[in-house]
Design a protein around this ligand. Structure first.
Ligand code: GLY
Length: 410
């Protein structure tokens, strides 16, 4: 186990462990479960996303925002094991996503294409993958507006509280799609994609955050003049609350945007978000957040009838948010020093150990073939509550690999 010890200053510090047995165990389990799931599904045009209430697999097609995570997990397993069978499987589930290079109907191409083709290109150098990534970056940029300075996330969004239909919604999750654009500029030498990403990151910096570094989920713009018309939530408890996964996307998004740009404003933002998340008074002791940091708290108006059902009582956790935050913190720790760095690593290691425990992890396939249980898709939409999610597993695997790499460093 990783050791958390109190320093002479009384701070918790992560100590290099003697072994990484638990990480190896979980990566081996991931391999067994993903391989069994792939065999069970057979057809690579079908992609696991979660489970149904009866425990059966819920499969999606390539146009769902989650379509790249299964292939992405396979690429991570290939990177970890270097077994040809993982490359074969990853190539199969990646190839099925090829039509996405022309897809322009929503903003999630970064998730869908960069987690799959991006990983495949990084690990194999396959130039056909590079072409698809560049085409996808072009497709994503069709959703960019000079007027708003953002990439439009969804084609419309209906407010939970007043029924207004907004036609230029931008969600904080969109920060996760920018890596695809930075990559496209790097490999083509054309700064256009990178400039779009930077404009989007800057506009989001201006409008999406509160003073305490928590992020709104949805910011709606007037496409004719770029003015903000409303700041709301689609998947959180309330418009003014901090939806857990949205905060995770914000942290991860500004960390990667700093990596690609070296712009200190993004680093400062990521660190501010990290402090907010690590020190939040409503964070449970095991560091796996509730689905919303303010769920059920007085003073917040729930987003619709389903969220209102969570005005009282025990709140579900979101293991997916914990995994994304841990993975992001491990990267952010590389750009930090001293006590701050140690706190980020300690926090990430501790939350990953919690996810590894039987409280969250199904070791034997009993979680429908997924590794982690207890994530939340969207409570306001009334779906995927306290279930396994493919992206929780993806970011858990990524975080384990990042932790292991950091342990391997002297
Ligand atoms: N839109 C991605 C998510 O649900 O987190």
């Amino acid at each position: 186990m990783l050791a958390l010890v109190a320093t002479t200053l009384g701070h918790l510090q992560w100590q290099r462990p003697d072994h990484d047995g638990w990480i190896k165990t979980d990566l081996a389990t991931a391999g067994e479960q993903i391989s069994a799931m792939a065999q069970r599904i057979g057809d690579s045009s079908k992609i696991p996303a979660t489970i149904r209430p009866d425990g059966s697999l819920f499969l999606v097609n390539l146009y769902d925002w989650r379509s790249g995570f299964f292939a992405g997990s396979m690429w991570y397993l290939y990177e970890y094991t270097r077994l040809p069978m993982w490359q074969q499987q990853a190539r199969r589930w990646t190839a099925a996503l090829a039509p996405l290079q022309w897809f322009t109907e929503h903003h999630d191409l970064g998730f869908m294409v960069y987690c799959s083709y991006g990983a495949g290109y990084r690990l194999t150098g396959d130039t056909a993958y590079k072409t698809i990534l560049i085409n996808a970056a072009k497709s994503l940029c069709t959703r960019f507006s000079e007027k708003t300075g953002t990439i439009k996330s969804w084609n419309s969004f209906k407010s939970w509280t007043n029924g207004t239909v907004h036609h230029y919604p931008v969600i904080i999750d969109n920060m996760m799609n920018l890596e695809l654009l930075f990559f496209a500029s790097q490999v083509t030498g054309d700064p256009y994609y990178k400039n779009v990403a930077i404009r989007h990151a800057n506009t989001t910096l201006k409008h999406h955050f509160r003073k305490d570094y928590s992020a709104y989920h949805v910011v709606n713009y007037d496409s004719s003049n770029g003015q903000v018309t409303a700041k709301e939530s689609a998947q959180g408890y309330a418009h003014e609350s901090a939806w857990a996964r949205g905060q995770a996307w914000a942290l991860y998004g500004y960390t990667t945007t700093y990596r690609w740009t070296n712009d200190k404003r993004y680093l400062a933002q990521a660190k501010g978000i990290a402090r907010y998340l690590m020190k939040h008074p409503n964070l449970p002791a095991d560091k796996v957040p509730y689905w919303d940091y303010h769920a059920g708290q007085p003073g917040y108006t729930p987003c619709g009838p389903n969220a209102a059902r969570y005005a009282q009582g025990t709140q579900p956790r979101d293991a997916s948010a914990a995994a994304i935050i841990a993975s992001a913190l491990l990267e952010l720790s590389d750009y930090s020093k001293g006590q701050e760095k140690q706190e980020m690593i300690a926090f990430a290691a501790s939350s990953l150990q919690a996810l590894h425990s039987p409280a969250y992890r199904s070791a034997d396939g009993s979680g429908g073939g997924y590794l982690l249980q207890h994530s939340v898709g969207s409570i306001p939409h009334g779906g995927e509550i306290d279930v396994p999610l493919v992206y929780a597993d993806y970011y858990y695997i990524e975080a384990l690999l990042r932790l292991q790499q950091r342990q391997a460093k002297p």
